[in-house]
Design a protein around this ligand. Sequence first.
Ligand code: FES
Length: 127
Amino acid sequence: MYNQTVMSKFLNPKNAGALRGANATGKAGNSSCGDVIKLYLLVDEEGIIDEAKFKAFGCPATIACSDIACDLVAGLQVDEALNVSSKEIFDELGGLDDNRVYCSVLAEDAIKLAVEDYYKKKAKENK
Ligand code: FES
């Protein structure tokens, strides 16, 4: 059901866990299956994502998508992270079953919400 890449990310997600000092978080959930991803970003003063980590509750594909999402956004300028799509996450994993495509969409949503949170906090700081 899951390919080898998905299984290895699921069994050994290197980006799992809370991120100390994170200055942005995004929490996305799928109400139909109950899966939830919380993404943590540590963005430096130049607006570069130094580190990304996640906590997730869900199926192996959701865990694997979360882990890949962290890899894909790390090192990007925070607004560039908005270009990381569910398709890119899907492709990096070597594909997912049709009924698991939504897991990659959930990871994309978590990225978008984390970036939104970053800009909201930044706007508050500048008031
Ligand atoms: Fe629901 Fe993965 S099974 S998002």
